[in-house]
Design a binder for this molecule. Structure first.
Ligand code: THU
Length: 140
């Protein structure tokens, strides 16, 4: 790992280890595509998430959103970094819905995408979701 956007290589490595470990808890019997996420809060807490699929398919929730929603539920609203891990043959980017949900709280969240083979790629949420719609677009 290397430093990225002010987050040290050690911290990224630890987020990656956590996301890899929690990925085993994914509920993905339909896609068999298990995803683990680890979200670092400003307070230094690491909140995890996995994808939780559903027989109706449409009720499925991605790992990234599980992590954000858990963090909000626990009282954390400011985030420093996110790591997402899959077993794809390349690092996989968060889906469009997750990008929008993460942008609500940190529009330029630094993200590490990784796979179980050890491939990694850094990207920021601002690069993944430019020209965002957000709270500041509302009119009085
Ligand atoms: N999935 C995630 O959890 N995160 C992503 O970034 C991409 C997709 C999940 C949703 C579904 O359970 C499975 O992966 C296949 O789309």
């Amino acid at each position: 790992m290397e430093d990225y956007r002010g987050i040290s290589a050690d911290v990224w490595q630890s987020l990656l280890d956590t996301a890899l470990a929690v990925r085993k808890n994914a509920h993905a019997p339909y896609s068999n595509f298990q995803v683990g996420a680890a979200l670092l809060t400003d307070e230094g807490e690491v909140i995890v998430g996995v994808n939780v699929e559903n027989a109706t398919f449409g009720a499925t929730v991605c790992a990234e959103r599980t992590a954000v929603q858990t963090a909000i539920t626990m009282g954390f609203k400011k985030f420093k970094a996110l790591c997402v891990v899959t077993h794809a043959d390349h690092p996989v980017a968060p889906c469009g819905i997750c990008r929008q949900v993460m942008a609500e709280f940190q529009p330029d969240l630094p993200i590490l995408m990784a796979n179980t083979k050890g491939d990694t790629l850094y990207v920021s949420l601002g690069e993944l979701l430019p020209h965002q719609f957000g709270q500041s677009d509302f009119v009085d």
